[in-house]
Ligand binder design. Structure first.
Ligand SMILES: Nc1ncnc2c1ncn2[C@@H]1O[C@H](COP(=O)(O)OP(=O)(O)O)[C@@H](O)[C@H]1O
Ligand SMILES: [Mg+2]
Length: 399
């Protein structure tokens, strides 16, 4: 089975350096590897000191690099998806109805990057795909796009309506529903199916995991904690933290010693917050990480774990479990504390909100209209129960 590793973090912390080092180490192990930049401010070219474009280019033995260009992808590889959008959103389209939901108008073309990622994965040419992402906020927008778009389609186009319910985990569990025949569906339906497929791939913890890059300083540590929680909120698996630019002891240099002390304090905090994840320290080098030699050094000194490309953490996954008289949604939210998470129910969706992120989870058919019963947040796992067999007194959900 192939592997997709998404490298994410705050701007400037070293995402591209860590992603490129992962890719180089992977290729050195003998695996044909593709390093993909999904950051519109591409800079793989800087790090490999050669021009990289929108076609994979071999930058070293078994190592290929590619800078995604969503606009070109739209024209060259996914014109039928663009057509589906045109059918859904006549004219300029993106106005009016979508105001009601989380329709991600800006950044819509990011979808083409994700579709390309899936296509590359499925083609199986590369054993590993390492994704160098844009800073946290943009990456979260990217990663929640498939679900938000599917939500929108379901809400406004009848074609999606039945599908998302049919394909939802509980319905599948209960009714053994199979995917409808692709040919039988029109373009919009097909796009909807693709969005569900994308979600399935990106949330498959055996294939796709995110890795956080941080530096040992307050602002970055705080953002990294939030990022981790949000990735979990959207159902992504995280299996590593890379702390970059760690100062070595600086005897005789009071200025740098002072900074080292500050860094060590934040490192302790990172170790305690992320105790469930493998944490890798990367030294602060006296020069930029540029060129293969610099990357090789980084690999040799920091990326030495023998299991670097395995799925290194298998946490609890999002899903539904059967309970007496109903079902329970289980959503891991590590680090979340009471009072930080709000759960609200609409007739068809469950909203889970934390910090500045809102996830609207489409409820399976069976649970539609049923008000959530017990909501608990314990040990970083949110559990929401729905009692389907409660008879008369069953609470119902308003719309
Ligand atoms: N450990 C390090 N030591 C020295 N310079 C580094 C280190 N990590 C990154 N850099 C430099 O910092 C800058 C930003 O790194 P980059 O990987 O491009 O970050 P991001 O992709 O998160 O914006 C680059 O110039 C890079 O060479
Ligand atoms: Mg970068």
């Amino acid at each position: 089975m192939g592997r997709i590793i998404i490298i994410t973090g705050k701007g400037g912390v070293g995402k591209t350096s860590v992603a490129a080092a992962h890719a180089l180490r992977s290729a050195q192990e003998g695996a044909k590897t593709l390093l993909v930049s999904a950051d519109m401010a591409h800079n793989l070219g800087d790090i490999f000191e050669m021009r990289i474009g929108d076609q994979p280019r071999e930058v070293s033995d078994r190592l290929w690099a590619l800078e995604l260009d969503p606009e070109r992808l739209l024209q060259t590889e996914f014109p039928e998806v663009a057509d589906a959008f045109a059918q859904m959103l006549p004219g300029s389209g993106l106005s009016g109805a979508e105001a009601e939901g989380p329709f991600p108008t800006p950044g819509l073309d990011d979808l083409f990057s994700l579709l390309k990622l899936k296509k590359l994965y499925e083609a199986g040419e590369y054993a590993r795909i390492i994704v160098d992402c844009a800073p946290t906020g943009e990456t979260l927008s990217l990663l929640k796009l498939p679900e938000n778009l599917a939500w929108y389609m379901e809400k406004f186009f009848p074609v999606g309506k039945t599908m998302v319910r049919l394909l939802s985990p509980v319905s599948r569990l209960r009714y053994q529903v199979r995917l409808p025949d692709r040919k039988a569906m029109d373009r919009i339906g097909e796009l909807h199916l693709r969005l569900l497929g994308l979600q399935e791939l990106l949330r498959d913890g055996e294939v796709c995991t995110a890795r956080l890059v941080a530096t040992p300083e307050k602002m970055v540590v705080e953002e990294t904690k939030r990022n981790y929680m949000y990735l979990n909120l959207y159902g992504y698996h995280t299996d590593g933290v890379f702390v970059n630019r760690v100062l070595s002891p600086q005897p005789g240099n009071a200025f740098l010693e002072g900074w080292r002390d500050i860094q060590q304090g934040w490192l302790r905090e990172l170790r305690s917050v992320f105790s469930a994840l493998p944490l890798t320290e990367i030294p602060w080098y006296p020069q930029e990480v540029r060129g293969l030699d610099a990357l090789e050094r980084l690999c040799a000194e920091a990326l030495t774990a023998p299991d670097l490309f395995d799925v290194r953490v298998r946490g609890e996954s999002e899903g539904y479990e059967a309970i007496p008289g109903g079902y329970r949604l289980v959503l891991p939210l590590p680090g979340a504390r009471d009072g930080q998470v709000a759960v609200r129910c609409h007739s068809q969706d469950l909203d889970v909100e934390t910090g500045n992120q809102l996830r609207r989870i489409p409820l399976p058919n069976l649970l539609r209209g049923i008000s959530p019963g017990e909501v608990s947040l314990k040990d970083g796992v949110l559990r929401v129960s729905f009692l389907t067999e409660q008879g008369e007194e069953a609470a119902t959900c308003g719309s």
